[in-house]
Design a protein around this ligand. Structure first.
Ligand code: RAM
Length: 346
C-alpha cells in the first residue's frame, strides 16, 4: 500500500534524526541516593497521556527504590505549575520532572528549586535552559514534524495541493510550538511538502470540550480544509470524534497528528485518522532515571555533552548540547498503522 511506503520513510526520518549512541541494556547498577523523592509535574491532570507516562515513572522508581508522586494541575497554565513547583520544593522533594506549559514563565521557580539542591529535568515539553539541568526529549522536533508532514502528503496525494488546519494544545506549549515551527520550516524548504497550505492554527488547550469546539470553528471558518493536523493526544481524538459525528465530513476531512494508539486505534482502522507518537511509559521511565542520576550526583551539573545517563532496561543515553542546552533523546518515534496499532498498550 502507498501509505505504508510513506510511513516507513517517516519512521526512518525519526530514527535517523535521533541516532544517539545507546548501550545495550543496564550495566552495573549505579548507586542511587537512598530515599529520593521525585515530583512528576504534568502540563494538565486527568489526561491519559500523562497517566501512561506516570506508569513508566513508577516502574523506574521501583527499580532504583525512589518514590515518585504525580502532580497534574487542573488547568494547563504556567501559573498552576509554578504553585506546584513551589509546593514540592517546600515539601523537600529531591527531584522535579516537569512537562512545561511555558518556556520562560517557569524559570524563576525552577531556578529557585535548583538553588535549593533540587534536581530538575524537563521532559516532553521543555523549559528555557536556565530552568533545568537537562531536557529528556521524546524524539527530535524535526523528526516528529517530518512524520506528520509525510502523513499529510499520504492523505493529499504526492504532489497535490490541499488546505490544512492545525489543532494544537495551548498557545505557549514548548513542544507543540516547536513541532509546528518545524513543520512550517520544512514546508518552505522541501518541495515534497510544497502542496501543504496551512490556513489556520487553533488551540484546544488539551481539553476535550474546547478541542471539539475549536475543531468545529476551524472547519466552519475554513470549509476547504482537507486535513486536520493535531500534534496533541487530546486534540487528535476530539478532531477524529468530530469528523465521525458529522456524516458530511466523512472521507472529506482526515485527521492526523500525535495520538495514543489505544485511543486512536478505532479511527486509524476505519480511515478517519493517522497517528504517530513515541513510547509514552518509556519517556516517564527515562525521565525518572535522568532526574535520579542528577539528584544522586551520578551525573555532575552543569551537564556536559557526552555525560552518560542510565536508562535502566532502556539502556543509557549520552547527553548532547541541543539548541536549548543539554538534552537526551528517547526516540525513535512510532507510526501507527491499522496492522500494528493493537500491539501497543498505551
Ligand atoms: C498531549 C500533551 C503532550 C504531548 C502529547 C502529544 O498529551 O500536549 O505534551 O506530548 O499531547
Amino acid at each position: 500500500m502507498k501509505i505504508s511506503a510513506k510511513i516507513s520513510v517517516a519512521v526512518l526520518a525519526i530514527a535517523t534524526l535521533v541516532a544517539i549512541p545507546l548501550s545495550s541494556g543496564a550495566s552495573a547498577a549505579p548507586k542511587y541516593k537512598a530515599g529520593l523523592k521525585i515530583a512528576m509535574i504534568s502540563k494538565i491532570g486527568n489526561i491519559p497521556y500523562f497517566d501512561f507516562a506516570m506508569s513508566g515513572a513508577t516502574k523506574a522508581c521501583k527499580e532504583i527504590k525512589c518514590t515518585v508522586k504525580y502532580f497534574g494541575p487542573n488547568e494547563g497554565t504556567a501559573a498552576a505549575q509554578i504553585k506546584l513547583i513551589n509546593a514540592v520544593v517546600q515539601q523537600g522533594y529531591n527531584g522535579i520532572m516537569i512537562s512545561a506549559n511555558d518556556k520562560d514563565a517557569l524559570v524563576p521557580a525552577l531556578k529557585n528549586a535548583m538553588k535549593r539542591g533540587v534536581a530538575v529535568t524537563s521532559w516532553d515539553s521543555d523549559v528555557a535552559n536556565a530552568g533545568r539541568n537537562i531536557f529528556v526529549n521524546q524524539a527530535s522536533y524535526d523528526g516528529v514534524a517530518t512524520a506528520m508532514l509525510d502523513s499529510v502528503v499520504s492523505i493529499l496525494g504526492a504532489g497535490k495541493k490541499g488546505d490544512v488546519g492545525i489543532l494544537s494544545s495551548t498557545p505557549d506549549a514548548t513542544n507543540q510550538n516547536a513541532w509546528i515551527a518545524s513543520m512550517a520550516k520544512q514546508i518552505k524548504a522541501n518541495a515534497k511538502y510544497s502542496g501543504i497550505n496551512v490556513v489556520a492554527t487553533v488551540y484546544g488547550n488539551d481539553d476535550p470540550e474546547k478541542s471539539t469546539t475549536e475543531t468545529q470553528g476551524l472547519l466552519q471558518s475554513n470549509p476547504t480544509i482537507k486535513v486536520i493536523v493535531a500534534p496533541t493526544s487530546v486534540g487528535i481524538i476530539s478532531a477524529a470524534q468530530y469528523v465521525v459525528a458529522h456524516e458530511e465530513l466523512k472521507g472529506k476531512v482526515i485527521v492526523t497528528g500525535l495520538g495514543l494508539p489505544t485511543s486512536m486505534a478505532k479511527y486509524i482502522k476505519d480511515g478517519t485518522a493517522q497517528a504517530a507518537l513515541w513510547n509514552v511509559p518509556d519517556i516517564g521511565y527515562m525521565s525518572v532515571y535522568a532526574v535520579a542520576d542528577i539528584a544522586s550526583k551520578l551525573v555532575k551539573t552543569p551537564v556536559k555533552a557526552g555525560s552518560s545517563f542510565a536508562g535502566g532496561t532502556l539502556g543509557s543515553r549520552k547527553a548532547f548540547i541541543g539548541d536549548n542546552g543539554p538534552e537526551i533523546i528517547l526516540g525513535p518515534g512510532i507510526i501507527f498503522t491499522p496492522e500494528n496499532v493493537d500491539s501497543f498498550k498505551f
